[in-house]
Design a protein around this ligand. Structure first.
Ligand code: CO8
Length: 376
């Protein structure tokens, strides 16, 4: 017996602090001035390369990003630090990542008319885990007050949420869980190289949550049936972060640039857009959804031009903002959470019978698409 699965609730936790492009650039440029002054002799001797200033107009034009939410603004904007200040918590306190996951999860549970003990499973799916074990998902399970069930962590970078939805859907379809919480606590600010002008503007922090359950069990007044999921990975070094447990085994690399996010943005843009458009189109065709009856695309939120290009390839014309909602102007790239923020904020206006696709893409490369139909 295979069960039909619905998304019956979503949740969004947004940090209180924002950083505008102007604020970010002012702090970065102060850092650049200091660096160049401190290294003036070495720069003149050709031993050190002078740093170039950043620019708000470039950031908005190249990415569409206007601001980002962060857990700690003061550390990021301190030119002598350029990194968030997030004090370590004791082993007996709830960890920051579990805390923000729980904030989003509680909202999703409320929207689905459920309580924590209605859940059987917790999947924490995101780009960076604050520790390897015990799994963040097991801490979230305890922090929610669940008295039974199981949880595990999974990471497919920006595609973690769609891969997490497929894992949850598979568990419910096959009967190993009736209800699954899939949650994406993304603290991207902690793995961003704020000293690198090529990428210092890209990311923000957030947490999102999705409740998946059997169609026959769901009681919420907003239900999206999952008609199909499709995943794709293809190895690429163009987006990479080499931070990990093996770093201590070769001290020469500790603190090196490759231990934070880095990418070849242009290559990513060129290589990933056609793959994503092709996946959405073929997934729709195989699910027998005509492009004309696709009402919305909740796309990964990395770059505005990328989303315009992908949606144009899928629709055969420019998509409207209603058809492909944009949240990256406000949130920046929040990795796996981006397409879920878009879904959370922009699905309830569509009537029953509407079709949509949640689609993520990013490091790996990884692409995930989830085709949904509103049934309530
Ligand atoms: N200010 C002013 N000038 C700048 C700046 C800046 N801040 N940055 C670069 N420039 C300059 C460059 O030096 C270059 O100068 P020149 O022409 O003289 O060489 C010029 O501006 C153009 O630079 P680019 O070619 O780099 O600019 P693009 O137009 O390509 O835009 C983008 C750069 C915005 C990065 C764009 O390429 C892009 O968005 N690409 C797609 C990237 C993407 O989607 N990546 C996904 C990554 S996320 C992911 O998979 C999850 C990872 C996990 C998260 C981890 C948390 C941190």
């Amino acid at each position: 017996m295979s069960y039909s699965v619905v998304i019956s609730g979503t949740g969004l936790w947004t940090p209180e602090q924002t950083i505008t492009n102007d604020e970010l650039v002012a702090a970065f440029n102060q850092y650049v001035e200091r660096f160049n002054a401190e290294h003036a002799d070495a720069i003149a001797a050709g031993e050190v390369t002078a740093l170039d200033a950043s620019n708000s107009a470039f950031i908005e034009k190249a990415s569409g990003i206007k601001q980002r939410y962060v857990i700690d603004k003061s550390g990021v904007l301190d030119p002598s630090r350029l990194a968030p200040s997030i004090p370590e918590r004791g082993d007996d306190e709830v960890s920051i990542q579990a805390e923000i996951a729980v904030n989003a999860a509680r909202q999703a549970l409320e929207n689905a008319n459920l309580t924590p003990n209605d859940l059987d499973a917790v999947l924490v799916a995101c780009s960076n885990m604050q520790r390897p074990y015990p799994a963040m998902a097991v801490e979230v399970q305890a922090a929610l007050g669940m008295e039974h069930g199981w949880g595990y962590d999974m990471n497919v970078a920006c595609s973690s949420a769609t891969f997490g939805i497929q894992a949850g859907v598979d568990a419910i379809r096959n009967g190993s869980a009736r209800r699954v919480l899939m949650v994406n606590p993304e603290i991207c600010s902690a793995h961003l190289a704020w000293q690198d002008r090529d990428c210092h503007f890209i990311f923000g922090d957030v947490a999102t949550a999705v409740i998946l359950e059997r169609k026959e069990d769901a009681t919420s007044d907003n239900q999206w049936e999952v008609l199909g999921t499709r995943l794709q990975t293809k190895f690429s070094n163009n987006i990479r972060n080499n931070f990990g447990f093996l770093n201590r085994c070769d001290e020469s690399g500790i603190g090196a640039r490759d231990k934070l996010f880095r990418q070849e943005g242009r290559k990513v843009f060129k290589e990933v857009c056609p793959m994503v458009a092709e996946q959405i189109s073929s997934h729709l065709a195989d699910t027998e959804i005509a492009v004309e009856s696709l009402n919305r695309m909740w796309l990964h939120q990395a770059n505005l031009s990328m989303n315009e290009l992908i949606s144009k390839r899928v629709l055969g014309r420019q998509a409207t903002r209603e058809e492909a909602p944009v949240i990256l102007d406000d949130y920046a790239n929040t990795s796996s959470a981006g397409s879920i923020i878009a879904f959370h904020k922009y699905n309830s206006d569509l009537p029953a019978g509407s079709n949509g696709v949640i689609c993520s893409f990013g490091a790996g490369y990884s692409i995930g698409s989830v085709i949904v139909n509103r049934i309530k």
